[in-house]
Write a protein that binds this ligand. Structure first.
Ligand SMILES: Cc1cc2nc3c(=O)[nH]c(=O)nc-3n(C[C@H](O)[C@H](O)[C@H](O)COP(=O)(O)OP(=O)(O)OC[C@H]3O[C@@H](n4cnc5c(N)ncnc54)[C@H](O)[C@@H]3O)c2cc1C
Ligand code: FES
Length: 268
């Protein structure tokens, strides 16, 4: 996990240039953002004010999905009011946006050759940018994508994809961590690193699997993030150091990407 300079953070008003509805609850929001496009890195997130009114009062965090020239793309899944406002955004709408926030996935490390990207549900959002960064450094990339059902499987801009669905309507029937577990044998002997994003429940299972198999793994955790800059104290997580000492960190400052060996999931 590479930290990133907070001096790069800006609060800008971004214009929507496109909003492509992929499903009845997931869309790709394209925003004109020349500055953010030049500084955002894979794994980082933005805090978006989804409305000019006070509803919702707080901004909402979204991962950077892709950078295309001067434009950035956000993959939005509707959960509540804020994400619904973004899902229904129209060309020309403008959103106050704080970025770049958080650390990055550690795609620049040279201690692995094969990257296994494991995502559940909307956790697939940061993976295209991560895959692009990994490929640019000569890494071999495989994707393990999990969703509840076939229509929620989104694999755009991902390669070497293995799919798992809870209901078995596409690919492996079961969760994506079980799917990964079944495929690990084929990577025996390779220098691999696992990157995960999804619900904390899924990431707990992923970290347990990787820790048990002594695989290097880092995951982008989720939390309610009201500010993204360490002010609201809404995003505490517990991490354990090498001595076993447990301490509290703010996910927006410490992560959102965290080493699998250090996370204390019981409290999340
Ligand atoms: C670092 C980070 C990156 C994220 N990246 C993305 C992304 O790229 N795309 C995306 O669609 N979402 C992403 N999320 C999740 C997104 O921020 C939340 O879905 C959003 O804040 C919910 O706001 P809301 O107003 O729509 O829902 P609210 O009205 O605040 O909540 C509605 C319901 O959704 C539940 N909920 C709220 N947040 C989450 C959550 N994180 N996970 C599961 N359930 C939740 C609430 O408990 C509640 O039941 C990210 C979250 C974090 C922390
Ligand atoms: S989101 Fe406010 S302190 Fe982390």
């Amino acid at each position: 996990m590479a930290s990133y300079s907070s001096s790069l953070v800006r609060d800008e008003c971004l214009e929507v240039v496109d909003n492509q509805h992929l499903t009845s609850s997931i869309s790709i929001l394209s925003l004109h953002a020349p500055y953010f496009a030049s500084v955002l890195r894979a794994g980082q997130f933005l805090e978006i004010r989804t409305s000019d009114s006070f509803i919702p009062l707080l901004r909402r965090p979204f991962s950077i999905h892709r950078v295309v020239g001067e434009y950035i793309e956000i993959m939005v899944k509707v959960f509540g009011i804020g994400s619904r406002q973004l899902y229904h955004a129209r060309k020309g709408d403008r959103f106050q946006t704080l970025a770049p926030l958080g650390n990055t996935f550690s795609y620049e490390r040279d201690d692995f050759d094969v990257a296994l990207l494991v995502s559940g549900g909307i956790g697939v959002a940061p993976m295209p940018m991560l895959e692009e960064a990994l490929r640019a450094r000569g890494k071999v990339v495989y994707n393990f994508v999990g969703a509840r059902t076939a229509e929620e499987v989104i694999t755009r801009y991902l390669s070497n994809v293995f799919v798992a669905t809870d209901d078995g309507s596409l690919g492996y029937k079961g969760n994506v961590v079980a799917l990964l577990s079944e495929h690990l044998e084929q990577f025996r002997g390779a220098r691999i690193r696992v990157f995960g994003c999804g619900s904390n429940r899924m990431l707990d299972a992923l970290c347990k699997l990787c820790n048990a198999r002594h695989l290097d793994c880092e995951v982008s955790l989720e939390s309610m993030m009201g500010c993204g800059i360490g002010i609201c104290y809404g995003c505490p997580i517990r991490v354990r150091n090498a001595n076993g000492h447990v301490r509290t960190e703010l996910l927006c400052q410490y992560g959102s990407v965290v080493d699998a060996r250090t996370i204390v999931f019981d409290d999340i």
